[in-house]
Write a protein that binds this ligand. Structure first.
Ligand SMILES: Cc1ncc(COP(=O)(O)O)c(C=O)c1O
Length: 368
C-alpha cells in the first residue's frame, strides 16, 4: 500500500540555485561571512523587521539556542554552583534540552499551558511564588510547531523577575515579533523556510547578538585571538545561497502552505475524534498537529498508517523521563505535558498535498 507521506520539503530546485552557485564560483568565497551570507542576513533582518545588527545566523537552531544560552551565561552569578539552571517546558523537541546541556546548563522541567502546549510567564511566575521554588538563572520558552511568539510578554516577565529568557521558536519563521529576548528560528529542511541546515537568532539587544556572533566564530572579536569561549557554528555560503533562492520563492511558498492548511482546517472542525492544537488561525507552519480525543496518539498513528496515512509523533522523547536530561529535576506535577506526549500527533502536511490526499486523510481520521 502506498503511504501519503508525513512531510515533503519545499526547497529550491537545482535550477533555482545555479545562478547563486555560479556567483560563488566567481567570488571564490565559501564560508566565514562572505557576500552570500551578508545578503541573506540583510533579507532576514528585513523579514523580521529589525536592523541587521539584531540578527545572527547559525549552523542550526540547536546551536543557535546553545549560543544564546552561552552568551547570557557570561553574566550569570552562580555563587558556588558549577552549572546554570534553565527552566524549560517538559513538552518540547529534544533539541531544546540538548541545547541547555551543550551550553553547560542543567535543564529544570515545568509544565505547559493546556490550550497551546506552551510555557507561559504566568506558569513560571506561579511556580516562582512557591516558597520551595528553585529560582532558575534563565528560562527557555518554546513556541510549539510555528505558534506565534509573544516576545513582549516574556520581556515584561524578565523586567519583573530579573530572569532572562531565550525563546525556542524553531518553526515560527512567519510568526515572530522580535523583542529583547533572543528568539531562535530553525532553517532546517523540515521547516517552512528551509535552507537544508541552519538557524537565525533575532534580538533587539544588539550587544547580545554581537556576543552570539563572536561565539559562532571561535570566540574571535576584531582579531584572530579568542577573547571568550566559542566554536564553529557558522552558516556557509552554500547554505546562504539556498536561503537567497528561498527568499525569491517566499510569497509562493507561503501561499502553498496556507492553501493546504485552509483546506484541512475547514474540514477538521467537523471531525469529532480529534481536536486542534493551539490556534492555527493564520499561522504558517510546515506541520499540522492534533490531539486525539480518546485513546493515545500512538494508537491513532498506528490505525492511520494501516490505512496508508503517514501520520507520526514529532516530539516523541519524553524529556522529563529521559535519564539524559533528568539531573536538574522537574517542577511539581506535569499533567499537561504528559497529556501532550500521550495525545498529540502530526497529520501528513506539506505544501504539495492534493485535495484528494487531504480527503483520504480526513476519511481515515473518521475511522480511528
Ligand atoms: C522546538 C524545536 N527546537 C529546536 C529544533 C532544532 O532545530 P534544528 O534542527 O535547526 O537544530 C527543532 C527542530 O525541529 C524544534 O522543533
Amino acid at each position: 500500500m502506498s503511504m501519503i507521506p508525513l512531510f515533503s520539503p519545499d526547497m529550491p530546485t537545482t535550477d533555482d540555485l545555479i545562478p547563486y552557485l555560479r556567483e560563488i564560483d566567481c567570488d571564490h568565497w565559501y564560508s566565514n561571512f562572505g557576500p552570500k551570507l551578508n545578503k541573506f542576513e540583510t533579507l532576514l533582518a528585513a523579514h523580521f523587521q529589525v536592523s541587521k545588527n539584531c540578527i545572527s545566523t547559525s549552523s542550526s537552531a540547536t546551536t543557535g539556542l546553545m549560543m544564546a544560552l552561552k552568551a547570557l551565561a557570561l553574566n550569570f552569578e552562580l555563587g558556588g554552583r558549577k552549572r546554570f539552571r534553565c527552566l524549560l517546558p517538559a513538552w518540547t523537541f529534544v533539541a531544546s534540552a540538548q541545547a541547555v546541556l551543550e551550553a553547560g546548563g542543567l535543564p529544570l522541567f515545568c509544565d505547559v499551558s493546556g490550550g497551546s502546549g506552551a510555557l507561559t510567564p504566568e506558569i513560571v511566575e506561579k511556580y516562582l511564588s512557591c516558597s520551595e521554588a528553585i529560582v532558575p538563572d534563565v528560562v527557555m520558552a518554546v513556541a510549539p510547531f510555528g505558534a506565534a511568539v509573544e516576545v513582549a510578554e516574556w520581556d515584561a516577565f524578565s523586567l519583573r523577575t530579573g530572569i532572562p529568557v531565550v525563546i525556542d521558536a524553531a518553526a515560527s519563521f512567519f510568526s515572530v515579533v522580535p523583542g529583547i529576548a533572543p528568539v531562535i528560528v530553525s532553517l532546517h529542511a523540515t521547516k517552512v523556510f528551509g535552507v537544508g541546515e541552519g538557524g537565525v537568532i533575532i534580538s533587539q539587544n544588539a550587544s547580545l547578538i554581537e556576543k552570539i556572533h563572536q561565539i559562532s566564530k571561535f570566540g574571535f572579536s576584531k582579531t584572530r585571538v579568542a577573547t571568550i569561549r566559542g566554536g564553529n557554528y557558522k552558516l556557509s555560503e552554500y547554505h546562504a545561497a539556498v536561503g537567497l533562492a528561498q527568499f525569491e520563492r517566499l510569497s509562493r511558498l507561503k501561499a502553498r502552505y496556507l492553501r493546504v492548511k485552509d483546506i484541512y482546517l475547514n474540514e477538521l472542525l467537523n471531525i469529532d475524534n480529534i481536536s486542534l492544537l493551539g490556534d492555527p488561525g493564520r499561522l504558517i507552519s510546515s506541520t499540522l498537529n492534533v490531539l486525539v480525543n480518546n485513546g493515545t496518539a500512538k494508537n491513532a498513528v498506528q490505525k492511520l498508517r494501516m490505512q496508508g496515512i503517514g501520520a507520526s509523533i514529532w516530539w516523541e522523547d519524553t524529556l522529563h523521563r529521559n535519564p539524559v536530561f533528568m539531573e536538574g529535576g522537574v517542577v511539581g506535577e506535569l499533567p499537561v505535558s504528559d497529556d501532550m506526549y500521550d495525545r498529540v500527533f502530526g497529520l501528513p502536511f506539506h505544501s504539495k498535498l492534493t485535495i484528494d490526499e487531504i480527503r483520504c486523510v480526513l476519511q481515515a481520521i473518521r475511522n480511528i
